[in-house]
Design a protein around this ligand. Structure first.
Ligand SMILES: C[S@@+](CC[C@H](N)C(=O)[O-])C[C@H]1O[C@@H](n2cnc3c(N)ncnc32)[C@H](O)[C@@H]1O
Length: 210
C-alpha cells in the first residue's frame, strides 16, 4: 500500500459527502456489472468489501438475505448508513473491516468488491483474495481498476501516488491460487474491468454465462 490503512481511511472520510457525485461513466458501468454478476438469491449472505457509501451493498440488499458491508472509512460508512435509512433498507450492516481482516462472523455466500482493491499492493491483494476465499463464499465478483493493456498513469482511473492497480493476469492467478476459477473477465475500459471467480467444484451457476 502506498498509504497506510489509516491514511486511506482519512482520505475517503474527507471526501465521503461528495463521493457519490464524483464518479465516472466507467465506474458506473463497472458497478452495474458487479451488481448483475453478484445476483444473490433470497437466502444468500453477501459480504461487500471496500463498500464505501454502499453503491453495491444497497443495490444488492433487496435480493439478498443480508449484506455485510465492510470498509475502513467511518465517513464513507456513515453516508452508506444514511442512504440505507432513507431507502428503508434494514438488511445491510456497515461495520469496520479491512480487506485482509474483514471482520465477518457469519457464513458468506457471495463476496463483492468494487473500485477498492487497487489501494493494496499486489502482495496485499493476494492476501485479501485469500481472505475472501476463506469466507467460504462460492462466488467472488471483483470490479476494479485493473490493467488489460499497458498501465497509463495519465488515465483518470488511478493516481499512482496512492493507487496500485494490478494486471488482470495477476488477479486471475491470485484467484486460481485459492481454488477459484475465473469464469468471466469483462473489460469496461483498458484499465477497468470485472472478474467473476467461482469456487472450483461448487457446481455454482455463473449468472450471465451460457
Ligand atoms: C473508490 S471507493 C469505492 C466504494 C464502493 N465500493 C463503490 O463502488 O462506490 C474505495 C473504498 O475502499 C475503501 N478501502 C480502501 N482501502 C481499504 C482496505 N484496505 N480495506 C477495506 N476498505 C478499503 C475506502 O475507504 C473506500 O471507501
Amino acid at each position: 500500500m502506498k498509504r497506510t490503512v489509516e491514511e486511506h481511511a482519512e482520505r475517503f472520510s474527507e471526501k465521503a459527502a461528495e463521493y457519490d457525485d464524483s464518479n465516472s461513466d466507467e465506474y458506473r458501468a463497472c458497478a452495474d456489472l458487479v451488481v448483475s454478476y453478484a445476483d444473490p438469491g433470497p437466502d444468500d449472505v453477501v459480504a461487500d468489501l471496500g463498500a464505501g457509501t454502499g453503491a453495491i451493498a444497497l443495490a444488492l440488499a433487496p435480493g439478498a438475505r443480508r449484506v455485510l458491508a465492510r470498509d475502513i472509512s467511518e465517513g464513507m460508512m456513515e453516508e452508506g448508513r444514511r442512504k440505507a435509512s432513507d431507502a428503508r433498507i434494514t438488511n445491510v450492516e456497515f461495520a469496520y473491516g479491512e480487506f485482509r481482516e474483514p471482520n465477518l462472523t457469519d457464513a458468506v455466500d457471495i463476496v463483492t468488491s468494487n473500485f477498492a482493491l487497487h489501494h493494496l499492493s499486489d502482495e496485499e491483494k493476494r492476501e485479501a483474495i485469500h481472505a475472501m476465499a476463506a469466507t467460504g463464499a462460492r462466488r467472488i465478483v471483483l470490479g476494479d481498476v485493473m490493467f488489460f493493456g499497458e498501465p497509463d498513469p495519465t488515465e483518470p482511473f488511478y493516481n499512482p501516488d496512492v493507487d496500485d492497480p494490478a494486471t488482470v493476469g495477476t488477479l486471475v492467478e491470485a484467484f486460481t491460487d485459492v481454488g477459484f476459477a475465473v469464469t468471466v473477465a469483462e473489460r469496461v475500459h483498458d484499465q477497468v474491468g470485472v472478474l467473476v471467480a467461482v469456487r472450483i467444484g461448487s457446481g455454482d451457476d455463473v449468472p450471465g454465462a451460457e
